[in-house]
Design a protein around this ligand. Structure first.
Ligand SMILES: [Zn+2]
Length: 139
C-alpha cells in the first residue's frame, strides 16, 4: 500500500501566529559568554495563549506537552520531506496521526521548556536540513 501523501508542501505558507519577529533563523546565540548553536528557526513574540495555527496542511507526527528543552512540542509533516516544528507551546490541540488543514489551530503560544518568555519558535526542515521559515513565507 502506498503511504498517504499530503500536499501541504505545494501551498502558500501562512504565519502560524501574529506578532513581532523576535528571533531570526541562523542568529548566533551566546550563553554565558560562550557562542552556542545557530538559531534553528524563527521566533514570534506573542502572548501566552495566542492560538498557533498550521502554516500549511499536513499530518501531525509528534505531539508532546512538556519536553525538557522545547516544552510543548508539535511536529507536522507537510509532505515531500517538508516539516514544521512548533516549540514552547502552552497547550496542544492536535494528536499524533491527525491530518490538519492550513489555518487549523494546533495549540497555543507559551513559555514551556527552556524559554525566557512567551513566544512561538517555528522551525522548518527539508528532510534533515533546517530551512528558514521567513524565506518560505516570502515566496
Ligand atoms: Zn527560537
Amino acid at each position: 500500500m502506498k503511504p498517504q501523501q499530503t500536499l501541504g508542501f505545494a501551498e502558500h505558507f501562512i504565519r502560524p501566529a501574529p506578532g513581532r519577529v523576535s528571533g531570526h533563523f541562523g542568529a548566533q546565540r551566546i550563553y554565558n559568554g560562550t557562542p552556542g548553536s545557530a538559531h534553528s528557526g524563527m521566533d514570534i513574540a506573542a502572548g501566552a495563549g495566542t492560538p498557533v495555527v498550521a502554516p500549511a496542511a499536513g499530518r501531525v507526527v509528534f505531539a508532546e506537552p512538556d519536553l525538557y528543552l522545547t516544552g510543548g512540542t508539535v511536529l507536522i509533516d507537510h509532505g515531500h520531506g517538508i516539516g514544521s516544528n512548533f516549540l514552547h507551546l502552552s497547550r496542544i490541540d492536535v494528536a499524533v496521526g491527525e491530518t490538519i488543514d492550513q489555518g487549523q489551530r494546533l495549540g497555543a503560544v507559551g513559555a514551556s521548556g527552556r524559554a525566557t518568555g512567551a513566544h512561538l519558535h517555528w522551525g522548518m526542515t527539508w528532510y534533515d536540513v533546517r530551512i528558514d521559515p521567513e524565506q518560505v513565507l516570502a515566496r
